[in-house]
Design a protein. Structure first.
Length: 304
């Protein structure tokens, strides 16, 4: 079962929720993996302090041009067909591998068989564990190579890892990138349910609308967590609450704002350790997620 944890904007507390929910579920005996899909700025490890067990390079397929076999200017089919502009004609076909999406169309289109598949390193995947030896909490974190133009291929590689042992048989929480762009869409692919984390601010509400619209277009079930609820005595949450009610959106949990919580996060501590009273909120959140998920996915959640 895959639960995506996303947000319309950065800074809403998405990673804080991800690491604490993962740790709490693991401590109740469930098999849990946290996949840090925010590969441009992974930081789940700061809170979980895992023991890293292995690291592997992730590669993306890219075209390699055999200039001796290439027909040249009279053809240029590969250049015309590449929608991502990863190939260009400059006296010969030149490759721009950082722009390639690895679709393989150029190889299929080339009449001379002058294009073969190569690869480039797009980043690394780090595997680690924390918690008890009998039931470890797994963390798999992607880290994009400096200079890499696109993160979706690395995110896909990370999610492919989630289909292998020991991750495939348990609950996978995906800590998604913020926003609604291509990296987020990739991180949401195939998720059984999405938790949208928002905050009661004008920016938070604006970007929540975008995230909700995105998930509705994707046809994926979701609910909302309101973080830093009541964060300012002068802040009126009525507009957010009214909108959620009018849109018939389930509020899965509310986490109250507190200076102690902010200090714990700044220190890299888990809230369930620094503020044990939050444990009950995470337990209620998990029950709400199960209650709002489509029945066929929620049915086996307790046995994961």
């Amino acid at each position: 079962m895959h639960i995506a944890i996303a947000s319309g904007k950065g800074g809403t507390g998405k990673t804080t929720l991800s690491v604490n929910l993962a740790a709490r579920l693991n401590r109740t005996g469930l098999r849990v993996t946290l996949a840090d899909c925010d590969v441009e700025e992974p930081n789940s490890h700061i809170f979980l302090s895992p023991e890293w067990t292995r690291e592997e390079e992730a590669h993306a397929p890219v075209p390699r041009i055999n200039q001796e076999r290439c027909v040249g200017e009279s053809c240029r089919i590969c250049v015309r067909e590449c929608r991502f502009k990863a190939l260009a004609w400059m006296g010969e076909v030149m490759e721009f591998p950082e722009l390639c999406h690895g679709c393989g169309l150029c190889m299929e289109a080339c009449p001379a068989g002058a294009i073969t598949e190569g690869s480039r390193v797009m980043g690394v995947l780090s595997h680690g564990t924390t918690g008890s030896a009998d039931n470890p909490l797994h963390l798999v974190s992607g880290k994009l190579r400096i200079g890499e133009a696109m993160s979706p291929p690395l995110i896909r590689a990370l999610l492919e890892e989630m289909q292998t042992a020991p991750y495939a048989d348990g609950i996978v929480l995906r800590d998604c990138p913020p926003g609604t762009s291509c990296p987020v869409i990739t991180s949401l692919e195939g998720a059984d349910y999405t938790v949208l984390v928002t905050e009661p601010t004008p920016f938070g509400m604006h970007d929540l609308r975008l995230a909700v619209e995105t998930l509705r277009l994707l046809g994926q079930p979701f609910g909302v967590v309101v973080n830093r609820d009541g964060m300012s005595a002068g802040m009126d949450n009525t507009a957010l609450d009214d909108w959620l009610r009018d849109e018939d959106i389930s509020v899965l949990a509310r986490f109250p704002y507190s200076q102690a919580a902010a200090s714990a996060c700044a220190a890299g501590s888990l809230l369930i350790d620094a503020l044990p009273e939050t444990t009950g909120i995470y337990d209620a959140l998990w029950q709400a997620i199960q209650g709002n998920m489509p029945r066929q996915q929620a049915g086996g959640a307790g046995n994961a």
